[in-house]
Design a protein around this ligand. Sequence first.
Ligand SMILES: Nc1ncnc2c1ncn2[C@@H]1O[C@H](COP(=O)(O)OP(=O)(O)OP(=O)(O)O)[C@@H](O)[C@H]1O
Ligand SMILES: [Mg+2]
Length: 248
Amino acid sequence: MTAASSAVSAPVIDVRTVTKSYGRGEAAVHALRGIELSIEAGEYVAVMGSSGSGKSTLMNVLGCLDVPTSGRYLLDGIDVGRLDEHQLALVRNRRIGFVFQSFNLIPRTSALANVALPLSYAGVRSRERRRRALAALDLVGLADRVDHAPNELSGGQQQRVALARALVTAPALLLADEPTGNLDSHSTAEVLAILDRLHAAGRTIVIITHEDDVAARAQRVLRLVDGLVVGDDRRAAEPPVSLEGAHR
Ligand SMILES: Nc1ncnc2c1ncn2[C@@H]1O[C@H](COP(=O)(O)OP(=O)(O)OP(=O)(O)O)[C@@H](O)[C@H]1O
Ligand SMILES: [Mg+2]
């Protein structure tokens, strides 16, 4: 598990015939029924599908929050099926940033402390944690709200704090499950603009959404039906993003 594995051109996500069933026998629910999926570094992918089609189950597998019933999943070249709980926790902490519909921030705790938390798990020293957390909050436009607790922030601001927290460890993969599902149109636009900037800066993003206009921002749209990928549409290649003038 070294950084070298991501330096070669292995896809960030390589899913081979992954199934996930809940329960057994007659009562079993086959939430994923043989997913094949490869996502390269720098791709921005939307996952769509009706309720119950397996989107969150797929996200949980991709995020190493849950393990497949069968099949193989390589994240950044690492076969996560071979890792124990402790190693999986490290992979989640170091390589994946999560954003959820319901923000999942720690109440009565400042934005700064919320964002810095993944760094304490990673053993980063306090001064460096503060520096990186401030930089992440600045990136999402919240430099002036770092001391505010979640209940002192709007929904859109809370989701931007959650984005900063997801990014603070510089993960290989950003996973977002309906990140705009609880937001008004103005806050949705702000969050999507941040995702656009992250994509332009080369981040790998997978976003689950019900909304066509949200999915339209991605380069690639996967459609799930009953635990299978039935559509995989890529938009015409965009012109390469030049580093000059692409910051905003
Ligand atoms: N922990 C669980 N135990 C049993 N069945 C589950 C569990 N989690 C999900 N399921 C079932 O697996 C199937 C896929 O669920 P999943 O949550 O992945 O759907 P989804 O596409 O995210 O739906 P939604 O759009 O409503 O969030 C559903 O039939 C669901 O009832
Ligand atoms: Mg879901």
